[in-house]
Write a protein that binds this ligand. Sequence first.
Ligand code: G3H
Ligand code: 13P
Ligand code: ZN
Length: 306
Amino acid sequence: MKTLKFYFKDCNKNGYCLGAYNFINMETLKAICEGCQKSQSPAIVSVSEGALEYMGENFVKPLFDSAKKTYKLPIFLHLDHGKSFEVCKKAIDLGFDSVMIDGSALPFDENVKLTKKVVNYAHKKGVPVEAELGVLAGIEDTVRADKNIYTDPQKAKEFVEKTCCDTLAVAIGTSHGAYKYHGEQKLRFDILKKIEKEIPNTPLVLHGASSVPQQYVQQINAYGGDLQGAVGIPEKLLHTACTKHHIYKINCDTDIRLANMATLRKDLRENPKNFDIRKPNLLAMEEISNMIADKNKRVFHNSKRI
Ligand code: G3H
Ligand code: 13P
Ligand code: ZN
């Protein structure tokens, strides 16, 4: 089976990126796999600290193993936004393929220290580590930030040299959640270019990169929800980031939540007599899988790469 390292090299060679899709239960994991099967794409499937707690740590790895066995796809189990050494160690010991230590809210030196500690443990077990430098506006699980603090290219070089992290999440204008812009929808490709120049061999990661498809926002609003003004990263910008830059992993959680909720809200409203959750869940899984296959093909450029 090809490794994550192989895929990051292949991304570099062939101008594509891996989708890193968050799952929170069996339905979302199966839907992600179905989508990747449709597009014949490799993928990272991510579990946040909150999702680890929600599913229960004993459920996550067996669920992932079952998905891998069923779909026979190159999928990789990743801890998203680990905030402490302890949670990264737990994920590594549970058998995750990679972990993220997110010290981005800490002062630089403390971020370095924490990341190094995780890298030392992870590398002994052969597990790659993603770190983060710069702060994304919005909500990162337990961390809230009002302002985007872009990654400093010089600091990125120093950070990677000091920590030996394998991949680096950078802040260039994306943000978590469904409300990403008030004004112009842009990304700071000028900063990204400088980062790439400083650390040309480090695969870069974009968090907060959902495109917030407006048909889901409208459907949610039409069927009892209230997501007025929700807006995401234009697909064109994401396509540029992964085909012309060193962005080899793009995270997506919000779009899955939106596809799920839009489908559930509509079906529940239209079928008031139904009390079998499997029916709306199956529709939602189909919608999520189609969205993912489409994103893999058109935006991440990674179909038929398995
Ligand atoms: O980046 C954060 C992810 O969207 C995870 O969100 O902590 O609510 O599972 P969560
Ligand atoms: P979105 O909220 O844009 O989907 O970002 C998810 C993410 O970065 C998970 O780590
Ligand atoms: Zn994130």
